[in-house]
Design a protein around this ligand. Sequence first.
Ligand code: ZN
Length: 212
Amino acid sequence: MNGDFSSLPVGKIVCVGRNYADHAKELNNAIPAEPILFMKAPNALVSLEEPFAVPMGRGSCHFETELAILVGERLTSASVSEAKKAIVGIGIALDLTLRDVQDKLKGMGLPWEKAKAFDGSCPLSEFVSYSGDLQNIDLKLERNGRVVQDGNTRDMIFPTLELLSEISEHFTLVPGDVVLTGTPAGVGPLSPGDTLTVLLGDALKVNTSVIY
Ligand code: ZN
């Protein structure tokens, strides 16, 4: 990981659903046999370091705190070691989800984009270079002073590098693309006025809030 990513364009955001067993369980979902992939477009990105808005009048909007990976090399059908070499930074993201809308779409067997890929649905931190173990990073979210998510990347069902390799079998990843790696348990609704502290191990700590 070389950390030199200031000139990368903003690409697509590839996300994985149900990558932590405790989160799959809290939403009464089965443990997947292969990664459940979906995407957000660049219109989803906003800075996590700035106060951000959530959609109003579309039911509950849940936070999902996730390790974000910045891709720095083109990956098609990549091996795990190729995936490792292509990571240029890590960050933390909120995969905002209109849960009521998603439940309705899931019930009808329809795609999730309206619930997952709306404008501003991916508040994202800066990226930092990281040379430690990707599968031993604490992920924590405090909402209004109370810890609501407290997980560790060791609990991923599909570890980060396997996930990048698997994604690249389906969608070529290019420099500037971001991969969100799933959320641990504890997801819940956000409300305007909430104050949030988001932690990624010792690498990042972001204080932010939800605006009206
Ligand atoms: Zn998610």
